[in-house]
Structure formats: C-alpha cells, structure tokens
Design a protein around this ligand. Sequence first.
Ligand code: SF4
Ligand code: SF4
Length: 183
Amino acid sequence: MWKTIRQILKTGDATVQYPNAPLKRPEYARGKPEHDSVACIACAACAVACPPNAIQFVVDQKAGTTTWSINYGRCVFCGRCEEVCPTRAIELTEEFELAVFDKGDLEETSTYRLQRCSECGAYYAPAKEVAYAARILEQSAGDDDEVRVAREMLGKCPKCKQRADAYRAKRHSETQKREAGEK
Ligand code: SF4
Ligand code: SF4
C-alpha cells in the first residue's frame, strides 16, 4: 500500500481541474467562429466552403433581403470559412464552451439588403457585395473604357448582363466588318 501511495505522490495530478479551474488550451486550438456582420459583404464564400453546411444563406425575394446564418451545433471548427472570407469577417476564436439549454441559441443570423438590377429592377445580389466589387474596380489600374463597362455591368442582373454582352459583341463584330469593308 505504501508503495502505491508513494507512486501516486510521485506521479502528481494526472487529470485537469477543469471546469473548477480554467483549461489551458493547446497552441493553435480552434474554437467558435466569430462573425462580424459589419465587415461581412454577404458574398457566400463561407457558406460554399463550409463542409457540414453550418453556414447557410436564405434569400427572401419579396423582402429583398438575404440572411446569413451559422449553426454552431453543426460547426466542426475546420476554419475553412476563415480561409475563404475576403474581408476577414469571420475568424475562429479560442472559445469552446458552447453548451446551451435551448438549441435555438446555437444559431446566429445577419440580414443584408439585396441590390436591384439597374435594367429590369429584379433583385440579383447583396448590395454590400456589389459595393465591394465596385470599390475593387475603382482601385484597378485597367483601361478606362473597360472599367466603365465593368462598372455598368456590375449594376445589372445576370440576365440583363447577358443581353448587354450579346449586344456589345454584335456591335463589335459589325464595326469590325465595316472597317474591313472600308479597307
Ligand atoms: S469552422 Fe468549418 S464547419 Fe465551422 S462554420 Fe467555419 S467552415 Fe463551417
Ligand atoms: S465569406 Fe466573409 S464576407 Fe463572405 S459571407 Fe462569409 S463572412 Fe461574409
């Protein structure tokens, strides 16, 4: 018996004191993803990248909104959302104590306004995403005419953009034919 007691004293604590004392987390521990609804542009990259579909978007065409949501009950803390986010609006924290009494408390949402097409008026993309793309365009050092056309296209829905593209292509080929005939 004395031998066992000596061995126990020599070994010391083999268990952690958590939850009576804070738990020392390993370096690079991955915890709850924190979402910054102001920095988020509702681009949906995180929803596409999220393996267990913990992040989702629901579009309400009637209200002209799109709602981002995360369900921490489904999250596997892989960090894919953080990797793909263009604005660092979602980042993993060290928080791991996510137990709740009500499952509904595991969900968080943020709602964003949709942009209307400048041609047909249909909702087609989150307004913040369109504004973000416009800011990037402003910073691009491309040809002025190309930037102007791209800015115009940004305000159109995919259908109207397709129509405008087809019209531009037709005009371009007519001009080329005319110029070839003049030579
Ligand atoms: S950490 Fe992984 S599972 Fe969790 S929300 Fe992000 S992408 Fe989805
Ligand atoms: S990837 Fe980032 S900016 Fe895009 S919807 Fe997710 S959190 Fe928002």
